[in-house]
Ligand binder design. Structure first.
Ligand SMILES: Nc1ncnc2c1ncn2[C@@H]1O[C@H](COP(=O)(O)OP(=O)(O)OP(=O)(O)O)[C@@H](O)[C@H]1O
Length: 336
């Protein structure tokens, strides 16, 4: 769906019909297809879906951090109306850290084990023109901001707990005062208590600095406390998009409904927690028609033939034949 129907003037980031392929030896595999959405200033949007649905590819496209074998095969990303050179690492540098930054999952892999954390937090500031002393002062300030005493800056990553390391990643992401922070599963590697604390920190920092947050997660349960809007991805496409309230109260796509039903909670009767049957498709073997149809409890014959378009619906969008036919049935007069 073209985003011309949305309000581009209010948008900080516009992703328009973005498609990305991964080049393999003999073939090219489409990882995301025709992705379109806007991120508004200060808004928190979640990208949710099972492993392999294309969340990270979408996010890394925006940050210009795609793997060397990735190819943008259509569409564009605009930041404050300017088309981002997402295929050109050097040309993306003025935007990365100072406008758009990323909190990666698994801080232990993302941090350099042989450098003290103060140096690592100061580095993006220096890359953006700060003197060494100013950058170190800023790094100390950022450590305090994320709840780590500034004198722990002398520590090496392995001397910090997992939760503290993830806070260091957040401090790095905020170093150059970006407008957009992308969190790629920022709490996945943490235990439940640290997960909750790091999410709370992200929520606080978001409102303090009016950050736009793009939160990637496979876990819908973290979304309710953190985000305004949710986009559900399946097999490289957005299949449903709506406000958090709308999606939880009245999911329209059967996949969204099943994702919600599969969230465990202490209050929930275990008998109604149902894992989604089957597996998501691989890039090599994508089913015909709607890629969710082999797992969909409501699949109809058209679902096996035709891939449904993402269409506007209420305040959101949905790509589902069932939903479309229900809406059409609604339009038929009872006594026709
Ligand atoms: N560099 C690459 N080369 C080839 N295929 C890739 C590459 N990176 C990702 N893929 C494939 O692209 C698809 C989308 O991957 P992506 O990481 O974007 O999904 P995801 O939803 O973020 O999954 P996860 O939650 O597991 O990180 C997957 O099938 C993945 O195997």
């Amino acid at each position: 769906m073209s985003k011309s129907s949305q309000n581009p003037t209010a948008s900080l980031l516009s992703i328009d019909n973005l498609s990305v392929d991964y080049e393999m030896k003999a073939i090219s595999l489409r990882a995301i297809h025709d992705i379109s959405f806007d991120l508004l200033a200060g808004q928190a949007v979640a990208l949710v879906g099972e492993s392999g649905s294309g969340k990270t590819t979408t996010a890394m496209s925006i940050a210009g951090l795609l793997s060397p074998n990735a190819r943008v095969n259509g569409g564009e990303v605009r930041y404050r109306g300017t088309r981002l050179p997402i295929n050109d690492d050097a040309a993306m540098r003025p935007y990365r850290w100072s406008e758009i930054s990323v909190v990666f999952q698994g801080a232990m892999n993302a941090l350099n084990p042989v450098h003290r954390i103060i140096k690592q937090i100061a580095e993006p500031c220096m890359l953006n023109g700060m003197s060494r002393d100013d950058a170190r002062a800023r790094a100390r300030e950022l450590l305090e901001l994320v709840g780590i005493p500034a004198d722990r800056g002398a520590s090496y990553p392995h001397e910090l707990s997992g939760g503290m390391r993830q806070r260091v990643m957040i401090a790095m992401a905020l170093a150059c005062s970006p407008s957009i922070v992308i969190g790629d599963e920022p709490t996945t590697a943490l235990d439940v208590i640290n997960q909750a604390q790091v999410l709370k920190l992200l929520v606080e920092l978001r409102s303090k600095f009016n950050l736009a947050l793009l939160l990637i997660t496979h876990d819908l349960s973290v979304v309710a406390e953190t985000c305004d809007r949710v986009m559900i991805m399946y097999a490289g496409r957005i299949v449903e998009d709506g406000t958090v309230a709308e999606i939880f109260a009245e999911p329209k796509h059967p996949y969204t409904r099943l994702l919600i039903e599969s969230i465990p909670s202490p209050a929930k009767d275990k008998r109604i927690i149902r894992p989604i049957p089957g597996d998501p498709p691989t890039l090599v073997k994508r089913p015909s028609g709607c890629p969710f149809h082999p797992r969909c409890p409501s699949a109809m014959s058209i679902c096996m033939i035709e891939d449904p378009q993402l269409e506007r619906c209420g305040q959101g969008r949905v790509a589902c034949h069932l939903h479309r036919s229900l809406r059409q049935a609604d339009k038929v007069p009872v006594h026709a």
